[in-house]
Structure formats: structure tokens, C-alpha cells
Design a protein around this ligand. Sequence first.
Ligand code: S3P
Length: 443
Amino acid sequence: MTAFSGNGASYRVQPGGEIAGELTVPGDKSISHRSLMLGGIAEGETHITGFLAGEDCLATLRALQALGVRIERPEPRTVHVVGQGLEGLTAAGVPLEMGNAGTAMRLFMGLLAPQAFDSTLVGDESLMRRPMERVATPLRLMGADIRTRDGRPPVQIHGTPKLQAIDYALPVASAQVKSAVLLAGLSAFGRTRVTEPAPSRDHTERMLAAFGVEVLRDGATVAVAGGQRLTGTSVAVPADFSSAAFFLVAGCLAAPRGLLLRNVGVNPTRTGLLEMLRLMGADIRVHPLRQEARPGAEPTADIEVRKSRLKGIRVPEALVPLAIDEFPAFFVAAAVAEGETLVRGALELRVKESDRLAAMAQGLAVLGVESQLLEDGLWLRGGQALGGGIIESHGDHRIAMAFAVAGLVARGPIEIRDVANVATSFPGFVDIARSAGLQIETL
Ligand code: S3P
């Protein structure tokens, strides 16, 4: 695994501290990306509130502007998108920079494949190493002309306006691949069907419905007919469950008086971590908020968590895709839990912003945790006191935040290297973490 040179920023977390109070984490990353993209190809205006002003979503925003979409941001978390219609995007003329954002790159592949112009997609060092054939393959079956370099970016798209619908069985549970195929399907002849091997997040399907598209679901298959118009709408983005996850774990470790997380998105395709923590014995209460009564609405809740005695578990494989971004935080909980924890069926973790299995095993070893890296998972023995030390985040935002949380129960200071990418998903993490009681500073 290559460590990034990054821009040098580090966190230092002093050991101990108590977590308490109420907090609202920033907006959902997946929903923010989709609200911009669907707003851009809709007819009429889309008004987004609670937008995640993180680097990943800002990359999507800038790319859409380069493709001719007028976007205004009167406040950091409020965005107005003037939709151009399905055929209204125009050539950017320069490579579109996706930064660290895998979701942006993969969804744009689906959106741009059927355009009447060519596009090139590039990203940062991490993204340039990530697999893109998983999206290019089904799009080519639809007639798209897409080139990757040895399966990785840059992605070169020769726009092909006459795509054909396909019936595609996803080889891995991936919301990004599913979404790219569905987005391309909006411009294809016929009805595009995607079948998932296990449920993955369904934000695209929900949001397409909110924009007036007919989306049919039959068991594990989701289908859209090409040629449907999207109508601009308003989107209220809930707080990101994946960002809340760090505080759910922090609360389990160090909130004897309880911690309340407000207005969190609790779409059941995202909340596998809740179940995993409960299996470990966590005291977590979910208080559902009233759901908007309109198509595509996302469920939200206030979530209360309290310090709990955790025990190690064997994670049911069915929960893995429902918690795919939460494993860095989960492994910290498992390191504290009494006994052994085993995760299998999580090969996908090796192709995230870093190889998250290897990065976690390496960081936990620094803190003195015994673990064994498996091809598709990780075994570890929890319950021993954690030490301090220097952790490499490998430029991965979620690895950095997970080890910051570990500081709550460590015996010595933890320094986490290369943390700038926390801004991709969780701007303001340090301020929010400090307000909750974590003794963290940026160096
Ligand atoms: C995402 C899907 C997941 C997830 C990523 C966001 C999305 O990736 O890990 O952080 O917004 O669709 P995969 O689709 O590759 O599982």
C-alpha cells in the first residue's frame, strides 16, 4: 500500500475524555451528489438544503458547472440547480476533475456515456488507482464507447447518444455501478434492468422517483424505461449516517451520560452498523422523525447512544453491504470489545479510498491490537487496553476519523498522519469532535 505524500496535516488526539451532548453531523454525501446530478439533467429548478459542502460533492458541483449547468450556492449548504434537461449538457472541453470522489466518477460515467459529446474523467492519486471497469463493462453492453487505462482512470468517454437498454446482473453489490447503469438507462432505448446480488444503497432509485421518474422494483431487480423526463424538485439532505457512525462508536466507548445525534438519515440500506453494534451489546436508541409524505422520501431519526460493554461478534455477511463505509469505525469498536471479531465477505473494502482492511490492520497493530488480515476480511482480538502511536491514514478520510475516535480509550496520544481528505466527507470534523468531548487538534 502506498502512503500519500498528502499535504502534511495530522491530528493529535490526547487519550481519554468523555463524549456527551447533542450534535448534527454534515449532510449525506451520497444524497448530495445525486441531488446535484439529477438536478442538472432535470427540467426546471432544484433546491437543495442540508447539502454536504465537502470536497467530494464540490467536485460534482464544479463538474456540472463545466458541463453547462447553472448552479448557485447562496449559503454553503443551500444549492439551487437550474436543470438543463436530459439532452442539455454541453462539452466541458477540459478533463473533469473528480478529486477523491469515486461516486462522482462512476455516476458521471453513466450520465456522460449517452451524451452527444466526449468527456474525460480524472481524479486524485487515490481515485486514479480505483477500478472503473465495473462500470465501463455494463455501459459498453449498452453500446457506450468508454476507455480506461488498465481498468483505472483516466476514463475517456466518446459520447454515444443511442444506447440500448440492458438486463444486467451486478457481479458485486455496488450502488455506484447500479446507479451508473440506471442513469445511462434514462437515455437508452427500452427498459434497463439491474439485478443486485445483495441490497446496496437505494438513494438513486428513491431520488429518481422524487424527480418524477417511474422506477420499478421487483425483488432484487430495479428497472427504468428510457426517455423519461425528470422534473426539478426540492431535496432536504439528512445528516450522513456514515459520518454519524464515528460518533455512534465514540458514544459506545465514552458517553456514560449519552450522546444524541440529530436528524440522521436512516435508510435501511445504510444502517447495517446499527445492527452490528447492537449485536455487540451497544445501547443505541433510534427515534424516528416524521417522514415526508412524497415519493422517494428518505427516512430520518434522532439517534441516542450510551457507553456500553461491547463483546466481539462474527459479522453476518448479509450486513456487510449495508455497512460498507462503516468498517473503519466498526473495527475500532471491535478492538475495544471483549473477545474475537470476524468479518468475512468484505473484499470490497480493499478497493475503497484505501485498502481499508490493510490500513485498519496496520493502524490497530500500532495500538497493540492483535489481528489477522484475511483476503476478504479481518479477524481481531479485542478487549486489551489500546496504546498510543503514529497512524498512517493512507489519505483515507474514514481511516483518519476512526483512529481519532480510538483516542477516547487509548493510554497514550495518537497521531494520525495525512488527514486532509477528511474534508472530502466531513468538513468541520475537528470542531464537532471537540464540542462532543474528543481532545483532538490539527497539527
Ligand atoms: C456509494 C456507494 C458505495 C460506497 C460509497 C458511496 C454511493 O460504493 O462505498 O462511499 O454513493 O453510491 P460501492 O457502490 O462501490 O459499494
